[in-house]
Design a protein around this ligand. Structure first.
Ligand SMILES: C[S@@+](CC[C@H](N)C(=O)[O-])C[C@H]1O[C@@H](n2cnc3c(N)ncnc32)[C@H](O)[C@@H]1O
Length: 336
């Protein structure tokens, strides 16, 4: 019999949400999901393999099993569950990278400064470190690699929903502006045999992508390093910006879109892929994503109306908002 949760209990559970985030982060970092993928393993065994303290690891895993991440069997043994399977590194829709990233001190310190952002309107990360996250990561290869992997995993997890919702096949050359390590662009090229792509991101982010590509699309993919505040490659009939515009406040977002407009010939499309903030009292993933933008990169999530206004101000005619099953939308403009 399920017991109805009182508002007080619900609030306590929400207030303690940080505990689950950190527990998932530790299990991901230790690679537990991979170790229990094929058969149940004892906490003894797992502790030996991960160099952990048995009793503490057992306490971690039984806590996670109580919320459905892993399942506790007799004899302090743990098996996989549908949730823990998404923490495996070798599964196509893995969230390993995001879970490993989200519990890191760099992220926690920014969230720990949320009160400062709310009181002052300032970006917490810049307040703490004196520079924005992109400059910080440019000089910290470990944090950069963690973030790039986190984005790669998040993007791979929603690729299917985007490709189902929207016909990217009508474009011959797609410029992925701020495309990270290519998770979405590679999926587009794999799905459309004649499409060509240009992956554009900061030089340190795209470094080595060509060597890491384990795919047959390499000859249709060009990789360019640079800043989207200066110039983006020309020649595209689609300019794709996934999870880019939400990283920035309006003035910078507009500057990026204007640079894209300068590169795009009339008739070319700009495809802004972001979440729609949604109506009041719903869509927590976008509303909390918005707070993440406040404390980490210093941007914000927006409504469809706000995206339309930004696109129009940058010289694009707003032609549509295509939602996908993952909650991410494709906001499309056409260069006038
Ligand atoms: C939130 S990530 C999105 C990555 C990718 N589009 C995805 O969705 O997986 C934002 C990207 O913007 C890139 N970026 C930040 N500042 C940039 C700049 N000035 N020029 C080019 N890319 C930049 C970052 O390196 C990062 O890859």
């Amino acid at each position: 019999m399920s017991v109805e949760e009182r508002p007080l209990d619900e609030l306590r559970r929400l207030a303690n949400g940080y505990q689950i985030t950190q527990a998932i982060h530790v299990a991901a970092t230790l690679g537990i999901a991979d170790l229990v993928a094929d058969e149940p393993r004892s906490s003894d065994d797992l502790a030996a393999e991960t160099g952990s303290d048995e009793r503490s690891l057992y306490r971690l895993l039984r806590a996670l099993a109580s919320v459905g991440v892993f399942h506790e069997e007799a004899g302090r043994r743990f098996s996989s569950t549908p949730l823990s399977d998404h923490l495996r590194r070798d599964t196509p829709e893995t969230l390993y990278g995001w879970a490993a990233f989200a519990g890191r001190p760099l992220v926690w310190r920014s969230w720990g400064d949320l009160l400062h952002s709310v009181r002052t309107g300032e970006n917490a990360f810049r307040h703490l470190h004196g520079k924005d996250i992109w400059e910080y990561r440019a000089h910290d290869p470990v944090e950069r690699a963690m973030f790039d992997q986190a984005m790669t995993d998040v993007t791979r997890g929603i690729n299917r929903s985007l490709l189902t919702a929207y016909d990217f096949g009508r474009f011959s050359t797609v410029i992925d502006v701020g495309g990270g390590r290519g998770a979405l662009l590679v999926a587009l090229l794999e799905a459309h045999a004649t499409m060509r792509g240009v992956l554009f991101d900061r030089p340190e982010v795209v470094e080595g992508v060509a060597d890491a590509l384990d795919t047959g699309v390499a000859e249709r993919l060009r990789i360019v390093g640079g800043s989207f505040f200066d110039e983006v490659p020309g020649g595209g009939d689609a300019y794709l910006l996934k999870a880019i515009i939400h990283d920035w406040e309006d003035s910078e977002a507009l500057a990026i879109l204007r640079v894209c407009r300068r590169a795009a010939r009339p008739g070319a499309s700009v495809l802004v892929v972001d979440r729609d903030l949604g109506a009041p009292n719903e869509n927590p993933s976008a509303k909390f994503g918005d707070l993440n933008m406040l404390v980490m990169p210093g941007g914000c999530e927006r409504t469809s109306v706000e995206f339309a206004a930004l696109l129009a101000a940058a010289g694009f005619r707003f032609v549509g908002d295509t939602p996908s099953s993952s909650g991410w939308h494709i906001f499309e403009g056409v260069a006038e």
